[in-house]
Design a protein around this ligand. Structure first.
Ligand code: SPD
Length: 477
């Protein structure tokens, strides 16, 4: 009986091995390959290909760090790859099984070695930038023909976003890309790991939060192409695919992609083999297939992303190799920055900040004007000459003993982040800019009102100048 049981185990294990040997499981980004290549792989190799897709590095990372994903090939971006290599999530490549490695591009390999020294664990699949996709007609109609459609002002200035909200704006659900973008806009180092510096992005994002219809990292392709939205902060090739889908549909929608004039993130997506891949041999067969010059050219020609395969370059279509949005010229390249992985404490702060921004807790209703505003309003403040900051209030309870509301509030508030405070139900922000701190307190007379307390000694009086931005629409959840 025991012996029989043992024998059964061996039989099951053998058939599982046989099954894995015949199939390769690949987990890649959505809208990132010409599907004809998938059938070609099966025909050429006799292997069954199971091909799943994702649209977020964070989703992939959760699987990689948990282990047991069941995938043979996955495609993290450089910064995520680096962290996952350090966590032991990948196995080194067996380069003797990858003759097509000779097709790869040394310039790109030297860039990706920043994340994966010696490119020991990964090959570059594609690379690109994070920028802006615009519906030219709609944006010109709402902001004028002369507006700079490549500027971050379009999506980070509340006055512009208030208008664009009418036709729909999506942002990537990618905190490690949007936060560096806002830092770049603020003139900070986009690769800053300093949580106090990163905290500055929250006010900017909250200022435009009421006008962002959705945070999503793949829906924007069709939404732009169909004219359902008019602006997306997204990935280069995805937006170019939207451009083509609109042209094919002949629906009168004209989409263009720009790397941001202020500078854009450049990233690299790397194919790697999980440490516990069921079929590492099959994974190598897949990587070698992908590194074939013609296959890589076909992939890039289809998805409008640049690749790291030098031998494929002569096989690229003119509208790919000749488009500086895909293959940047020197000038464009100089305006691209890269980032490095956040250490754990910074990553936690970023994740929390992003959760607050996405949930839009404080930005559901925006009023037209006045010093008294309703719960969950967004306020901007001025020192009388220039805008000095943005803060947010979320109210609901009357404050009973209000002899000294600021002191009272201080006693009950819990610090949640530098310059941010919370009681049990609400979060308040003090945003500092140009060394002029601003305070927000709950009006004890009207439970549904906020007032500004400007603590700049030169302007230290209750009810300092606060006004609301708006009118706006309730933010999409
Ligand atoms: N639709 C494919 C998108 C691929 C984008 N890769 C994201 C890289 C981000 N750093």
């Amino acid at each position: 009986m025991t012996f029989h049981a043992k024998k059964m185990t061996v039989v099951v294990a053998l058939s599982a091995t046989t099954a894995f040997a015949n199939e390769v499981r690949v987990y890649n980004w959505s809208d990132y390959i010409d599907e004809r290549l998938l059938s070609k792989f099966e025909e050429e190799t006799g292997l069954d290909l199971i091909y799943d897709v994702f649209d977020s590095n964070e989703v992939l990372e959760t699987k990689m760090l948990a282990g047991g994903s069941g995938y043979d090939v996955v495609v993290p971006s450089g910064t995520f790859l680096q962290r996952q290599i350090q966590a032991g999530a990948f196995q080194p490549l067996d380069k003797s099984k990858l003759p097509n490695l000779e097709n790869m591009w040394d310039i790109i390999e030297s860039r990706t070695a920043q994340y994966d020294p010696d490119n020991a664990y990964s090959i570059n699949y594609m690379w690109g930038s994070t920028g802006i996709g615009v519906n030219v007609g709609k944006v010109s109609e709402l902001l004028g023909e002369d507006v700079d459609r490549s500027s971050m002002d379009l999506v980070l200035k509340p006055a512009n976003m208030e208008k664009l909200a009418e036709c729909g704006v999506h942002f990537l659900d990618a905190p490690v890309e949007i936060i560096p973008m806002v830092l770049q806009y603020l003139g900070e180092d986009p690769d800053s790991h300093d949580v106090d510096v990163i905290a500055k992005t929250e006010a900017v994002l909250m200022g435009v939060r009421p006008y962002i219809q959705k945070f999503h990292s793949s829906e924007y392709i069709n939404a732009l192409a169909n004219g359902d939205i008019c602006v997306a902060v997204g990935w280069s090739g995805d937006i170019l695919q939207a451009r083509d889908r609109a042209a094919e549909a002949e629906n009168g929608v004209e989409i263009e992609y720009h790397a941001f004039a202020e500078g854009s993130l450049m990233w690299f997506d790397q194919m790697a083999i999980p440490e516990d891949a069921p079929n590492p041999d099959g994974a190598h067969v897949f990587l070698n297939f992908i590194m074939d010059a013609q296959n890589m050219a076909d992939a890039s020609n289809y998805v409008y992303y640049a690749n790291g395969n030098l031998a494929s370059q002569p096989l690229l279509a003119e509208d790919v190799i000749g488009d500086t949005a895909i293959y940047p010229d020197e000038a464009t390249l100089e305006n691209l920055y890269t980032t490095t992985p956040y250490p754990a404490n910074t990553q936690r702060a970023v994740t929390r900040l992003w959760t607050r921004v996405k949930s839009g807790t404080w930005a559901a209703v925006v009023q037209e004007s006045g010093r008294h505003v309703r719960p969950q309003s967004v306020l901007r403040f001025t020192n009388g000459r220039s805008h000095v900051g943005t803060c947010f209030c979320a109210l609901g309870r009357p404050q009973r003993n209000a002899a000294d509301p600021i002191q009272k509030r201080h006693q009950t508030l819990r610090r949640v982040q530098r310059n941010w405070w919370s009681d049990s139900q609400h979060i308040f922000a003090w945003v500092f800019r140009a060394s002029r701190p601003l305070r927000l307190w709950q009006d004890h007379v009207n439970a549904h009102a906020c007032r500004v307390w400007n603590t700049d000694p030169r302007h230290n009086r209750a009810g300092g100048r606060g006004y609301c931005i708006g009118p706006g629409k309730p933010a999409a959840r």
